[in-house]
Design a protein around this ligand. Structure first.
Ligand code: AMP
Length: 202
């Protein structure tokens, strides 16, 4: 009875979400809430890279220079890190991808990896925040976060340029699949959480 991928049967039993937006949009903050609310695992390539730097691995040493200049690390590096973790945490109801994908090659690799696992991306929630607010938030965070790339206005603005040039076009990629949900990212943390929840449940 279930031998053809029957129409109406859920293709995606996992709720995989790309939490998207420029640096400082609130992806990390909102991820914490979404993990708890929906029982999702969290995959942040920025966090994974910082752990590699902390552990002084060859990969970390390679990435550090690019990260401190506000540039993207190579696609193979982040795709490899994600690939190694997609089969972790099988009990999770899905993953929140935070800061990944950042290029079209990464988005295509992610689709291929998930497809092999019989799943896919359900939604891209794209937080939208004005540039001057991003700069203010990132430099404010830099005062306490210990992240060197949050301390210099030049590096912060470079990261925003990288986002606009290489990453923002991914909205078209997900839009073409009917998965893009733009989310107004200004306001209180709770207000933004409510908008994300409405988009997930809507
Ligand atoms: P984030 O913590 O997401 O702001 O990432 C911090 C830095 O890590 C970025 O500025 C990039 O240098 C690097 N990085 C994180 N994720 C990626 C990715 N998916 N592709 C390329 N570089 C990344």
């Amino acid at each position: 009875m279930h031998n053809h991928a029957a129409v109406g049967e859920p293709y995606m039993t996992k709720m995989n979400i790309v939490l998207f937006g420029p640096p400082g949009a609130g992806k990390g903050t909102q991820s914490k809430f979404l993990m708890e609310q929906y029982g999702l695992g969290h995959l942040s390539t920025g966090d994974l890279l910082r752990a590699e730097i902390q552990a002084e691995t060859p990969l970390g040493l390679q990435a550090q220079e690019l990260m401190s200049a506000g540039e993207l690390v190579p696609d193979e590096v982040v795709v490899g890190m994600i690939r190694n973790r997609l089969t972790d945490n099988p009990a999770a109801k899905g993953f929140i991808f935070d800061g990944f994908p950042r290029t079209r090659a990464q988005a295509e690799a992610l689709d291929a990896m998930l497809d092999k696992l019989g799943t896919g991306i359900r939604l891209m929630l794209a937080l939208e925040v004005e540039e001057e607010e991003l700069v203010k938030r990132l430099l404010g965070r830099g005062a306490t976060s210990g992240r060197p790339d949050d301390r210099s206005e030049e590096v912060v603005r470079k990261r925003i340029r990288e986002y606009e040039q290489k990453t923002a076009p991914l909205k078209d990629y997900y839009q073409a699949q009917g998965k893009l949900r733009p989310i107004h990212g200004m306001g209180s943390i709770a207000e933004i959480t409510a908008r994300l929840t409405a988009a997930i449940e809507g």
